[in-house]
Write a protein that binds this ligand. Structure first.
Ligand code: SF4
Ligand code: SF4
Length: 317
């Protein structure tokens, strides 16, 4: 965001002059700005490599396959079961019973994401995130604008529909068409025609709707937003330092979560729709935002909310 042309510097609701994000000149400075993107890619690619190495090269740990299975149900070293709780919920609605290890795997995964932030899955583990981040980076470079407007709540309707169809048809509805499973299976076991679904999502996000898939339609993101409401790892918000420059909102893939009024009241970005991607932290010129624990933030004294602080809801799609 560039400095407004007016000679007089803009003053924030905290009485301080508004400053804007500037990309550092040095390589180490740039690395600092990109650090969460780098960390996220390392985590996403490591998960894929562990599945790939186990399947193709027979990697083992303690004499058992290191990470076998797929994103719906897997096992670490033959000891720790992991399962996608949304997939498990759909299968339970089809009235097929699952073995205890799969149920335990779903509980472990749900417990983990309830701790670290439900939609942390979206930004840190989901392979589709790499496709949609690329599309968003390209659409910013090319200056492409939205062709349609869609309410972000549509994803909750897709979530409800997936559960309803699972119950009515006896088939785990989203698992049949999930681009997440298609991309993961494709990368580990071979792509087939699955690439068409991934290209479709890429083109949707690039040409039609900003953050189209993850931000508007994906039912798994909607599902993980629910435990995200009580998640422990949150973005804390230091009210007195915020000038409302808007840089965080500009880079946030879920800008509706950066509601300054609510953030000031809660001392954090409390919404379950926050993906904990960390983008906002690195562009904030005032170091207002950082990762912290909900319980610790709650224990801190609240700062009074400046009367000039308004919701950003009306400014975001
Ligand atoms: S929290 Fe957002 S609006 Fe406030 S100073 Fe930081 S980047 Fe600007
Ligand atoms: S508030 Fe920050 S961490 Fe949460 S989704 Fe937006 S940019 Fe990412």
């Amino acid at each position: 965001m560039s400095q407004p042309a007016a000679n007089k510097p803009r003053i924030g609701p905290n009485g301080r002059p508004v400053r804007y994000f500037e990309m550092p000149d040095t390589f180490t400075g740039k690395l600092r700005v990109w650090r969460y993107i780098i960390y996220r890619r390392i985590v996403q690619i490591t998960i894929l490599v562990l599945f790939f190495g186990t399947f193709h090269w027979g990697w083992t740990l303690l004499g058992a396959p290191l990470l076998s299975g797929n994103l719906s149900a897997s096992e670490v070293a033959g000891l720790v079961p992991l399962a996608d709780p949304f997939a498990v919920l759909q299968i339970l609605l089809t009235e097929h019973w699952l073995n205890t290890r799969v149920l335990l795997g779903a509980i472990i995964v749900l417990g983990f994401y309830t701790l670290v932030g439900g939609r942390t899955w979206c930004a840190w583990a989901c392979p589709v995130n790499m496709v949609t981040d690329l599309a968003n980076w390209l659409r910013v470079k090319l200056g492409i604008t939205n062709q349609i407007n869609v309410k972000r709540n549509v994803r909750y309707a897709v979530l409800g529909l997936a559960l309803l169809l699972s119950a009515l048809t006896g088939v785990a509805a989203f698992e049949w068409v999930s681009p997440i499973s298609i991309l993961h299976r494709g990368l580990i076991f071979g792509m087939g025609m699955g690439w068409t679904a991934i290209v479709g999502i890429f083109l949707l996000d690039l040409l039609v709707l900003k953050h189209g898939w993850c931000g508007h339609f994906c039912p798994l993101g909607a599902f993980y937003a629910i435990p995200g409401r009580v998640a422990q790892v949150r973005i804390s918000y230091d009210t007195p330092t915020c000038t409302h420059c808007g840089e965080c909102v500009r880079v946030c893939p879920e800008p509706q979560v950066l509601n300054f009024k609510k953030a000031a009241q809660n001392g954090m970005v409390a919404s379950g729709e926050c993906t904990n991607c960390g983008r906002c932290i690195t562009v904030c010129p005032e170091d207002t935002l950082k990762f912290d624990l909900r319980a610790r933030i709650r224990s801190l004294p609240r700062h009074s909310t400046p009367s000039a602080i308004q919701s950003t809801e009306e400014n975001v799609s």
